[in-house]
Design a protein around this ligand. Structure first.
Ligand SMILES: [Zn+2]
Length: 227
């Protein structure tokens, strides 16, 4: 880990830290990107029209208005009347009393979770598209979408690294039929846990291949020791 190459910022930053720095600046700029607000305006107009023409919806709106005060819009996913801000849900990490419920979402995620980051050009193209590429979502729908994307992304990353996590992978290390320890999937790779000891044996294998190679070496070492 310590000997990672640091070609950026006068030798202080790795390529990935540099990449994260630029992307975080770009991400902030997407908030000021005009076309991003268009879907919010459409969703608010839609809600106003619906409230005006539908008595049931109007009553629904009045109840919401009593609770939340801020303006209504239609979430393009659950298709319900939503208010622009709502009390912070219990499972949220936010310390604020209320959170924004009116989110302009990139229909196609800026970074495709199936592919990952490619180039800054591609990021900019996907991050600043025209108005048709955005949808107004409520907080709950946005959360669900994010969770799905996160799952796709982490699964892909693990697959790329040949790494599984936690209980996904556990291999008993046997010497002449006796279990002498386990190779277990841990965060970032695989570790060897000798039997009866909770701590890994000082190293983590990054890939399944590496793990297999070292597993054979380790097995041989134990075998020699015991003889
Ligand atoms: Zn929704």
């Amino acid at each position: 880990m310590g000997d990672e190459e640091k070609p950026r910022c006068s030798g202080a930053w790795t390529e990935s830290r540099y990449q994260n720095f630029i992307i975080s600046a770009l991400r902030k700029a997407t908030g000021r990107w005009g076309p991003k607000n268009y879907c919010i305006k459409v969703a608010s107009d839609k809600a106003k029209k619906l409230i005006e023409s539908d008595l049931v919806k109007y009553k629904e709106y009045l109840t919401l208005k009593g609770k939340f005060k801020t303006g209504p819009f239609i979430c393009e996913h659950c298709n319900t009347i939503q208010m622009a801000s709502i009390p912070t849900p219990k499972d949220s990490s936010s310390k604020k009393k209320s959170i924004s419920n009116k989110l302009s979402d990139h229909i196609e995620p800026i970074v495709d979770p199936n592919v990952g980051f490619t180039t800054f050009d591609e990021w900019i193209k996907r991050g600043f598209p025209e108005k048709e590429s955005f949808q107004a979502l409520c907080h709950a729908c946005h959360q669900v979408k994010c969770k799905v994307e996160t799952k796709i992304r982490t699964d892909r990353q693990r697959e790329e690294k040949g790494v599984l996590k936690g209980d996904d992978y556990k291999l008993a290390v046997r010497i002449e039929g006796k279990i002498v320890g386990h190779i277990k999937g841990v965060d970032g790779g695989f570790a060897y846990f000798p039997k009866g000891k909770g701590m890994p044996r000082g190293y983590i294998f990054k890939t399944i291949k590496e793990c297999e190679n070292n597993f054979i070496e380790e097995k041989a070492k134990i075998k020699l020791k015991n003889k």
